[in-house]
Design a protein around this ligand. Structure first.
Ligand code: SAM
Length: 432
């Protein structure tokens, strides 16, 4: 199921340029063989210059595409070298052009390298022709050939387009940046995992997720699933090893996905693939998945209509979607709840709104269920578990973490009592 790295990368680039003619490309690659393969994959009508060092970017301009193929290996731990590279890449490529950085991180000492590099590129801004310029992240993807033929999940390529950004002041620069720096910091993730259960950042951990997944009906080995907001990968690994389903897990938080990647690299489960990307941005192959699953993610996503239509398009005819989400209830919203929702940048809907959107999108056999009763039970159990195991928790995390979880769980129980906070389920099919 995989082609060469070069063909995979070129096909991503063509998708990003959306049919626009590609005239000039520069490939920086120490490996001449790989450079040749890029030239071949790009086709005859393209003017490709090849280079063996990023320093040679200096003289280039107006490129449609720049591909840096394992060209940064020595530089990834040197911020000033990376700065130099990104600045010269942003000079060499035209606005709207594509920059690809491919690096194999399997030997990196630091398992979080992929998250650090993603953060680095994503927030980089520099003035070009008086414009606040940067690299808009499309995705961090795995080289499939490395995964399938060499059991390596950590050979990545980052795809970006060069863009002018509005001037921002101090705030988090992108939504990914916001997620990684606020709710899903490394410590935040591990503390959440402690309370939810191994490999899960959602109520009830493994057992609850298995119950939810079974709502799909008969999952069969070899079927394919997209998991939106896969987190640290528990759900993806579960459907793979319980049912033999092949999963593509995507998540916008690089901290989350770095953990999922570290773990799959150890477990070597070839049924599981991951990508750091935004569910509203990533170009899914149309009619390609048997299932789309999303566990407690879509409260983060502003445009539910757009999300649902993208899910619809990505499903095979007859395919099923199953989503659980944080939603709002029907009670009058308290000021405290509104402040919580605003601070998290949540976009909450009630079940009726979800059902309306699902109908409008064209789904059939729509089924919705309010799971808030179960949510309340789980929250109570989880809060007791932290309180009863305070010492163990404090041997791993700080008092601040402890207080914030206990307070957070208490607050959520309060929001439930006011019918402000709900936990909702949605299941539907794409008609044949
Ligand atoms: N599904 C996982 C689980 O059950 O353990 C993680 C759930 S966690 C509460 C929600 C996840 O959604 C986070 O990892 C977050 O980064 C991700 N997320 C938020 N916005 C996203 C977006 N636009 N595209 C993809 N993932 C997103």
């Amino acid at each position: 199921a995989s082609m060469s790295a070069e063909r995979q990368i070129v096909s991503t680039v063509r998708g990003l340029l959306d049919g626009h003619r590609v005239a000039t490309v520069a490939v920086v690659s120490v490996d001449d063989q790989a450079a040749k393969k890029f030239v071949e994959a790009l086709g005859e009508d393209v003017n490709v210059s090849t280079h063996n060092d990023v320093e040679q970017l200096a003289g280039l301009s107006d490129l449609d595409i720049l591909i840096a193929n394992k060209a940064l290996s020595k530089n990834v731990n040197h911020p000033e070298k990376l700065d130099e590279f990104v600045k010269s890449a942003l000079k060499a490529v035209r606005f709207g052009g594509v920059v690809i950085v491919r690096e194999d991180l399997k030997d990196a000492q630091d398992g979080k390298q992929v998250a650090r590099l993603t953060d680095y590129f994503d927030v980089f801004r520099v003035a070009v022709d008086g414009k606040n310029t940067g690299l808009e992240l499309y995705a961090v993807e795995e080289v499939e050939d490395s995964l399938y033929a060499h059991q390596n999940w950590l050979d990545f390529y980052w795809s970006f387009t060069k863009k002018e950004f509005p001037q921002t002041t101090g705030e988090n620069v992108t939504f990914r940046d916001f997620l990684d720096k606020t709710q899903y910091t490394d410590t935040g993730i591990y503390a959440y995992e402690w309370i939810f259960g191994d490999n899960f950042i959602s109520p009830g951990g493994y057992e609850e997720n298995l119950k939810v997944i079974k709502r799909f009906g008969d999952l069969r080995a070899g079927q394919t699933m997209l998991d939106i907001g896969v987190g640290i990968g528990g759900g993806a690994r579960q459907v793979a090893n319980e049912f033999g389903v092949h999963v593509k897990g995507i998540d916008l938080s690089s901290n989350m996905l770095a953990v999922a990647l570290e773990r799959v690299q150890k477990e070597k489960d070839a049924r599981v693939r991951y990508s750091i990307t935004d569910a509203l941005v990533y170009k899914f192959v149309p009619n390609s998945f048997d299932y789309v699953f999303s566990r407690d993610c879509i409260q983060h996503i502003p445009d539910t209509e757009l999300l649902f239509s993208r899910i619809y398009d990505s499903l095979k005819p007859g395919g099923k979607v199953l989503i659980t989400m944080y939603g709002c209830g029907y009670g009058e919203l308290s000021e405290k709840f509104k402040a919580y929702v605003a601070q998290r940048h949540y976009f909450l809907k009630n079940l009726k709104q979800i059902e309306e959107i699902a109908k409008k999108t064209g789904f059939t056999n729509i089924y919705t269920e309010n799971l808030t009763g179960r949510f309340k039970e789980i929250l109570g159990e989880e809060r007791s578990r932290v309180e009863d195991n305070k010492e163990e928790f404090l041997s791993k995390f700080s008092q601040k973490e402890y207080d914030s979880l206990v307070r957070g769980w208490g607050d959520k129980l309060g929001y439930i009592a006011d019918d402000n906070h709900n936990w909702n389920l949605f299941l539907a099919e794409k008609p044949f």
